[in-house]
Design a protein around this ligand. Structure first.
Ligand code: ATP
Ligand code: MG
Length: 565
């Protein structure tokens, strides 16, 4: 965490997980150790929701001198891939966090297998040959007990032999599962003989073809925490009903040993849900695979790589996570808050440059054709140390079409015939007229400049109401600018009965190809944070080159959505 944030968090009151941790440390639980983990399944790219978990898991370890490890929860070879493993590591580092060790749930396949065999031998697990539909139909409801499987009391030897077959490829997928034998009447449905192993005939990205029987989440997660010495296993609220089962398997695993009660404990906080987007990896993957977006890092995606390509800084993402906080109640967070966090952050760090997105030519008729002026533009008024850069003024400039009106209302303080405005960092000009084509569109605007009014000269502080940005036609680079809007048209696509594809915003991307930027901006690279003055925050796209600069709009200067609502 950056110093600024650290200062902020110490002043703030503790969140409920910090309170738990402080209390546990005070009481020397687990010998006063603090060990957390961030446990992504490598089946997709990380999104802003994961960032919330990352800030908690890594942040709390950092704050209290503990360690946070990265554990890949790789128990389902059907969807997992090393591409995701690498991307996840990169995104965590980009967010500014460091893990202690990297672990994999697949490192524990043998230990988990041995534990399952032990449970079978102790009469606490059995192989069920029913279909998943039959098993589901017997589950009962929270108020009605379930029905026992006909295989529930099969001999131990039979289960052991079949479990072996589940793993050696002799029996097809779906033909049988291993279930823990717990309590078919338990009010907690997770205790009604949960499935703990299933068959998957697919090579695993780390263990190859060694295993065909794979442990389910509930049988892998808590045990992995225990093997690693995790003390606080922090996750999201949907795991609350799983917690008793988590504890049950750890009790079984310990088998009465370890009297000091060294064990991981699970704590849950509210997940991050954001308006106008989806957070499910299944849906995000579908958007990518169906070509509905330009990859996982499409700047409209809520993924970390998407936000990065969009021009969010890691500090902006963390600032947002800090703003929403951690509670025990699920909520839908406003996308506008994420944008507000970005604005606050980018205002501090962005390089101010000039860009004209909808250009019209302005000719300064009394400025000599062969003359040029070099001026200095302030890089960042929020930080003097950022210095200045040179800009060039000449007779013909591009300005924004919106900044001119032939017949303007009284309060229009931009360019209109007979009125003066200042051209930023340059001169005061008086508009003298314009030329229009047959369609009545303005083709050129004319003005005269006052040489005495050059910014910085004595007496140049003459009052004019408006200041316009501009770029010199001769020096500017043509650029492509991509304006992004909400990916979905509805606030909560996940709660909508329609297919999420139908809810995509058809206008979420607008590409402007006739824009002009000052040369200094054309040299910038992805993750250089720019402010196009008077317009918004932008960053060069990964495909941007100095010859063909391409920029992504991160966010407008102001929240234009608030007005529309
Ligand atoms: P899926 O969409 O496939 O169910 P997932 O979102 O649960 O996956 P994991 O890779 O299993 O993704 O998540 C890793 C960690 O990130 C978990 O601890 C999970 O609780 C947390 N996490 C995932 N989504 C969110 C979210 N929206 N808000 C906060 N934490 C999240
Ligand atoms: Mg998950």
């Amino acid at each position: 965490m950056c110093e600024q944030n650290e200062e902020k968090t110490t002043k703030k009151s503790l969140n409920f997980i910090e309170e738990i941790v402080e209390n546990d440390l005070r009481n020397s639980l687990n010998d006063g150790r603090l060990q957390t983990r961030f446990p992504p399944e490598p089946n997709g790219y990380l999104h802003i929701g994961h960032a919330k978990a990352i800030c908690m898991d890594f942040g709390i370890a950092q704050k209290y001198g503990g360690v946070c490890n990265l554990r890949f929860d790789d128990t389902n070879p059907e969807k997992e891939d090393t591409e995701y493993v690498e991307a996840i590591k990169h995104d965590i580092e980009w967010l500014g966090f460091k893990w202690g060790n990297i672990y994999h749930a697949s490192d524990y396949f043998q230990q988990l297998w041995d534990f399952a065999v032990r449970l079978i031998k102790e009469g606490k697990a059995y192989v069920d040959e029913q279909t998943s539909e039959q098993i589901a139909a017997q589950k009962g409801t929270p108020t009605e007990p379930g029905v026992a499987s006909p295989y529930r009391d099969r001999p131990v030897e039979e289960s052991l032999a079949l479990f072996e077959k589940m793993n050696n490829g002799e029996v097809p997928e779906g033909s049988m599962v291993l279930r823990a034998k717990i309590d078919m009447a338990n009010p907690n449905m997770h205790f009604r003989d949960p499935v703990i192993y299933r068959i998957i005939h697919r090579d695993h990205h780390r263990t190859g073809s060694k295993w065909k029987a794979y442990p389910m989440y509930d049988f892998a997660h808590g045990q992995s925490d225990y093997f690693e010495g995790v003390t606080h296993s922090i996750c999201t609220l949907e795991f609350v009903p799983h917690r008793p089962l988590y504890d049950y398997f750890i009790d079984e695993l310990k088998g009465g040993q370890d009297l000091a009660d060294h064990r991981p404990r699970q704590y849950e906080f509210n997940r991050l849900n954001l308006t106008y987007t989806v957070m499910s990896k299944r849906k995000l993957l579908a958007l990518v695979q169906e070509g509905l977006v330009d990859g996982w890092d499409d700047p409209r995606m809520p993924t970390i790589c998407g936000l990065r390509r969009r021009g969010y800084s890691p500090e902006a993402v963390r600032r947002f996570i800090d703003m929403i906080g951690y509670t025990k109640f699920d909520a839908l967070n406003d996308y506008a808050m994420l944008e507000a966090a970005a604005r606050e952050d980018l205002n501090q760090r962005s390089l101010r440059v000039s860009a004209v997105l909808h250009p019209v030519k302005l000719i300064i008729t009394n400025y000599p054709e062969d003359q040029e002026d070099e001026m200095q533009a302030v890089n960042n008024p929020e930080n003097e140390a950022d210095g200045t850069h040179a800009i060039t003024f000449s007779r013909e400039l591009w300005i924004e079409q919106d900044d001119f009106m032939e017949e303007a209302p009284k309060k229009f303080f931009r360019m209109t015939p007979g009125k003066e405005v200042r051209l930023k960092n340059a001169y005061i000009v008086m508009c003298t007229g314009c030329k229009k084509n047959e369609k009545g569109e303005v083709e050129e605007i004319y003005c005269e400049y006052d040489p005495q009014s050059r910014s910085g000269l004595p007496g140049a502080d003459r009052k004019v109401k408006g200041t316009l940005h501009w770029v010199s036609c001769k020096h500017a680079r043509k650029a492509e600018v991509r304006l992004y809007d909400r990916l979905f048209t509805v606030e909560n696509p996940s709660a909508d009965s329609r297919d999420f594809r139908e809810l995509l915003n058809p206008d979420s991307l607008q590409v402007l190809t006739e824009c002009y930027v000052e040369p200094y901006a054309a040299q910038c690279k992805p993750m250089d944070y720019l402010q196009f003055q008077r317009i918004g925050y932008f960053t060069p796209d990964k495909h941007s080159t100095p010859e063909h600069p391409v920029y992504n709009r991160t966010v407008n200067l102001k929240d234009t959505w608030a007005k529309q609502k």
